[in-house]
Design a protein around this ligand. Sequence first.
Ligand code: ZN
Length: 352
Amino acid sequence: MLQRGLLDWVTRGVHLGWQKVWLSPQVDDLFLPNNMFDASVEECATNGGPNVEPGEGIPCKVLRIEAGDLEAVATWQRTWRAKPQFGGLRLNLAYNGYGVKTEDDALLAAAKRLSGEFFWVSHTFGHRHLDCYAPTETGCRGATATEAIREIEDNRASGDRFGLSVDSTSMVTPQISGLRNEDFLRGAAEAGIRFLVSDTSRAEFVPPIGNTGLPSAVPSVFLIPRRPTAIFYYAADSESGRPGSEPDEYNFLFGPAGMFRKADGSPFYDVDQKYADIIDRESDLTLQYLLRGEVYPLMFHQANLWRYREDRTLLTDLLGSVLTKFEAMSRLPVMSVEQTRLGQLLTERMGY
Ligand SMILES: [Zn+2]
């Protein structure tokens, strides 16, 4: 176990004197289907993924998790929560009411049954891009304030109907859209939204100082930086050669012939990376966020909760690895908090 002094050293004194660490995973797109990456089908690997909505004529496999997947992740979470150090662990599910088509939806029934075990936050009703909301002659236009309010209120009504206890002053916007759209922001503020998440993989959303956030163009709406992980939106499986393969996608991006390159043009990895390597590397990175007392939430998507084998999922493999490593180093409690509480922690620290 790390002593306090050593922990201060590891974290370079950046942690804020809280006698706990934070781990707040958010899982977007609950109730919606997601297209899966497939390296063997061009349309399903364009720019590193199928950048199309699921629909007719789209050749990519579509995956929407089932009731048993949500049950399995709840069981996994309960197992960790049974240890006092991890009693505060709780996933935050970002849901879209539009994805529930029938009242006899088994996933919805599971969500209702398990609602008290998760945090719930809105991801808009229809998951439409808020900066390209409706077609125009020249392309598309962003959502208006009225449309923003409708998305928020329709999804709030779904949450009420489903019996979910939703964090009503926060939301996650689809594909991190809307954060620069003043009409949307005004509508969101009017509908009572105070906290949105951004994406730290985009430089414009990285605050100059750690554990702070960013203001938006509307003063009452604050942006919480959110960390993406290498568990991708279109990934669900640990095996290569299957639709939704995490290692295939990872190597497509970072492998010997990968789309992304170092500054000198060389690949990030000279050999294809195996699933176990990816989980090990990514859990080390996530562990560093914990050790430095970072408050920011982590981004995942519903397909990451799919049981690819027995009760294994990409999300629980990664977070399980993080927690196992942390358990071997520290006895500090690990806490998950709702998005609004995250925003309050950041704004309090910034003296807002
Ligand atoms: Zn989404």
